[in-house]
Design a protein. Structure first.
Length: 237
């Protein structure tokens, strides 16, 4: 007498699992506002230039170490980051040796970036020093790719240098916007030299449909119930 309800549950389970596009179902954000993930990498080049070699002409060479913080900011589109807004994320890179890298990621809590109404700013402010020596620490800042250190002020900067990364193009509101990618160099002062690199990507993606996971769970439960019912069903003879 219970075979019909069990058959219905089994059918629901089979449909849930066999549904071909379940994994592709997405929720289009209203307006839209896309969830955003920011990935970034700070690296100290494997063969950094000597730090003031005239002060240490004899070997062994001094191995520089880099410390500092990566900071991220939001501002309305096409608006300068002045005065400096409060950072939305701050990451301490610890201590990097030559060839070392720091990788980080975060999701902005302010939805304006995913809505295309604000732009992302990035800044790295650090110190390069030669441990065990009297060299440094020296100011180390991030600049766009292709920067010419010779054109930078030899004494460095007395303010935070914020680079404009960009904003999303939402001209096609139902399609996730293309990722924003940027990279550049880390420059050490007082005698400006490129000593490292930075890379950054900002990705917007659809939200998985919450009902997809529930439907799959119902399907699995249906199969389990069906299998158990078949096991308990009395055999003729």
């Amino acid at each position: 007498m219970r075979t019909k309800p069990l058959t219905f549950v089994a059918l629901a389970g089979w449909l849930a699992i066999a549904r071909p596009a379940a994994a592709d179902i997405v929720t289009i954000p209203p307006d839209p506002i896309w969830p955003v993930l920011v990935n970034f990498t700070i690296s100290l080049t494997p063969n950094p230039p000597p730090i003031f070699p005239q002060l240490n002409p004899q070997p062994p060479p001094i191995i520089p170490q880099l410390t500092g913080q990566a900071q991220f900011f939001l501002a309305p589109v096409n608006t300068p980051f002045q005065p400096t807004p409060p950072p939305i994320d701050v990451a301490d890179i610890g201590t990097l040796l030559p060839g070392g890298s720091f990788h980080g990621q975060f999701s902005p809590t302010d939805p304006c970036l995913g809505a295309g109404t604000c732009q992302l700013g990035f800044s790295f402010s650090g110190l390069t020093a030669g441990p065990g020596s009297n060299l440094g620490p020296f100011q180390t800042l991030a600049f766009p790719a292709g920067v010419n250190p010779a054109q930078l002020p030899p004494g460095g900067f007395d303010r935070l240098v914020i680079l404009t990364i960009g904003s999303f193009d939402l001209s096609h509101p139902l399609i996730p916007p293309d990722p924003i990618r940027a990279n550049g160099e880390l420059v050490v002062f007082d005698d400006p030299e490129v000593i490292g690199t930075w890379q950054l990507s900002v990705i917007a993606s659809p939200v998985p449909e919450p009902g997809t996971e529930l439907l799959l769970a119902i399907g699995l439960i249906g199969l389990v119930v069906t299998a158990r019912a078949q096991k308990l069903k009395p055999h003729d003879g």
